[in-house]
Design a protein around this ligand. Sequence first.
Ligand SMILES: NC(=O)c1ccc[n+]([C@@H]2O[C@H](COP(=O)([O-])OP(=O)(O)OC[C@H]3O[C@@H](n4cnc5c(N)ncnc54)[C@H](OP(=O)(O)O)[C@@H]3O)[C@@H](O)[C@H]2O)c1
Length: 228
Amino acid sequence: MALVSGASRGIGREIARQLAQQGVSVYAGVRKQKPTAFSPDRSSTVSSYREIELDVTQAGSVDAATSRILEGSGRIDILVNNAGVSDGDHDALQLDPDKFREVMDVNVLGAWRLSEAVVPAMIRNNYGRIVNVSSTLGSLHHLNRPSEPAYRISKAAVNALTRVFATRLDGTGILVNAASPGWVRTDLGGPNAPRSVQQGADTPVWLATLPPDGPSGGFFYDRAPLEW
Ligand SMILES: NC(=O)c1ccc[n+]([C@@H]2O[C@H](COP(=O)([O-])OP(=O)(O)OC[C@H]3O[C@@H](n4cnc5c(N)ncnc54)[C@H](OP(=O)(O)O)[C@@H]3O)[C@@H](O)[C@H]2O)c1
């Protein structure tokens, strides 16, 4: 059983689709459910793909979504913290505190809230894979351009969150890793990005399905370690 946040479109939707195609039962977290039933690919034989309402900034929404899944199945084996927003091109010398709070609330606290909500069930089941969709823009090593300051800081925090959770959950059977999808053609990435959503989703899906001896506490791009 997998839960993917921010799966209404973009990379999250593709991560959910690829997991479902691998036979994983997937809950695609969306802020607003559409009136008609959603299928990621109506021609495919994807059997278990459901949408569930999930706004990661709302504790009540996080509780309601995770409780509903756990009441139904007793487990969430995979959590992909994918929901993300950016402050866009923004001068780091002109802080917009409200924008900064919004970006941190979705990207960092959202991932934290959702992880906290699913970890107890993962511990009970001695199994879990948590994937935080981060960004190369959040790598301190690569943090050498001034654009999107709130977004970059938030993704650096997502990387730190990954290490904190990986350390906290060491030995529990739960592997926690961060992934950079690269620059991907989505609403967030824009039309000029060189990578497709399929390419962007590949590393998160790989991390979501790691074997028991897989890494934990790492940061990966194209299935290879990336500098923090
Ligand atoms: N595209 C890139 O080049 C790129 C590069 C590096 C990292 N990333 C990361 O990849 C992830 C996905 O990005 P994307 O390019 O697919 O972006 P996108 O197309 O803009 O999609 C963003 C997703 O996040 C959801 N979302 C926003 N706020 C939310 C909230 N409060 N609660 C739940 N869901 C929320 C959106 O839902 P709604 O439809 O309801 O708005 C949407 O499903 C993000 O974490 C992003 O930072 C992207």
